[in-house]
Write a protein that binds this ligand. Structure first.
Ligand SMILES: NC(=O)N[C@@H](CC(=O)O)C(=O)O
Ligand SMILES: [Zn+2]
Ligand SMILES: [Zn+2]
Length: 345
């Protein structure tokens, strides 16, 4: 038996939803993670500091007794966002980042940004005060192939934005391509990337081979194998610019198992088992902690967690439920398609 003690991890990109879904999923995160950057794509979205304060209270009310969990709030950037409200939320410590969704790019992104020039006053203010911008980095131009949307975003939106506002700190969230990894590596200043658990494990075959598999569908969509390998190399490298953002994104099964299923993979419950497996395969267990617990706090300017968790590798596979039940319906759990031996003790 093998054991690994690491500082308690944080999740730098998480969807908790609201109401019955929030109550159904929160424990799967708060059991293992101390903090998480909470995505603001509710319906309606979390746009103002007041919205974020109210959502934070709803999250805290749902955390099970005995768990300690700190939600790190974000604001959903719209073309009507007020720079003063953003600054106030940031200065009083409530809001950690602003989230840019190109309109139409992903789940609940219709209130997002159509014309980036309209949000320049907000972005300029953020650059001034050192507030990070989290981006869903995909263009939505219908002519651009869905597998190329991240690479085209880097070239046509991200790079020009970084040139225009070199002081703006940007998190490229859920990087899915070698292009994204290379871009971050080549541009050290004010740029970091979060990587999901599932993109380290699946490539696009998981979605399409042997039948269409809606529970492997998320956005940005998984790419070809070369990209997965680039993500894995960056993840286990220990490079401080890369850290975990699970993008665990629960949807009730009927909303995924239908003619127009929505994007999102639910990984909160087994993420650490999956990650330990990946790091072990790569011979890099000694760097797991950097990815899950050190690099993220460094980027967001927060202290690392003082307490630890213990991962243990058992002789028998760990069993996770195929689905969790929530008041909002059943949610299928990510199946990595191999047995998992590591579990948090
Ligand atoms: N990742 C996903 O596939 N879905 C996310 C949205 C997002 O992070 O883009 C969701 O909110 O369901
Ligand atoms: Zn996204
Ligand atoms: Zn997400």
């Amino acid at each position: 038996m093998q054991e690994l003690v690491i500082r308690r991890p944080d999740d730098w990109h998480l969807h908790l939803r609201d109401g019955g879904m929030l109550r159904g999923v929160i424990a799967d995160t708060s059991r293992h993670f101390a903090r998480a950057i909470i995505m603001p794509n509710l319906v309606p979205p979390v746009v103002t500091s007041a919205d974020a304060a109210a959502y934070r209270e709803r999250i805290l009310a749902a955390v099970p007794r005995g768990h300690r969990f700190e939600p790190l709030m974000t604001l959903y950037l719209t073309e009507g966002t007020d720079p003063d409200d953003v600054e106030t939320g940031f200065r009083n410590g409530l809001v950690k980042a602003v989230k840019l969704y190109p309109a139409g790019a992903t789940t609940n992104s219709h209130s997002g940004v159509r014309d980036i020039t309209k949000v320049m006053p907000v972005l300029e203010r953020m650059a001034e005060i050192g507030m990070p911008l989290c981006v869903h980095g995909e263009v939505t131009t219908p002519e651009v192939d869905i597998f190329d949307r991240e690479a085209v975003f880097i070239e046509t939106v991200l790079d020009p934005l970084r040139r225009r506002l070199p002081d703006l700190r940007i998190t490229m969230e859920h990087v899915t391509t070698k292009d994204g990894i290379d871009y971050i590596k080549e541009h050290a200043a004010n740029l970091a990337g979060s990587i999901t658990t599932h993109h380290l494990i699946i490539n696009r075959n998981a979605i399409l081979v042997g039948g269409i598999k809606p529970h492997y569908y998320c956005l940005p969509v998984a790419k070809r194998e070369t990209h997965r390998l680039a993500l894995r190399a960056a993840t286990v490298s220990g490079d401080v610019r890369f850290f975990l953002g699970t993008d665990s994104a629960p949807h009730a099964d009927p909303l995924k198992e239908c003619a127009c299923g929505c994007a999102g993979i639910y990984t909160s419950i087994n993420t650490l088992s999956c990650l330990a497996h990946v790091f072990e395969e790569e011979g890099a267990l000694d760097r797991l902690e950097a990815f899950t617990s050190l690099n993220g706090p460094a980027w967001y300017g927060l202290p690392v967690n003082e307490d630890t968790i213990t991962l243990r590798r058992g002789d028998e596979p760990v069993r996770y439920p195929a689905k969790i039940e929530t008041e909002a319906g059943p949610v299928t759990v990510f199946d990595p398609m191999f047995p998992l031996y590591w579990a948090v003790v």
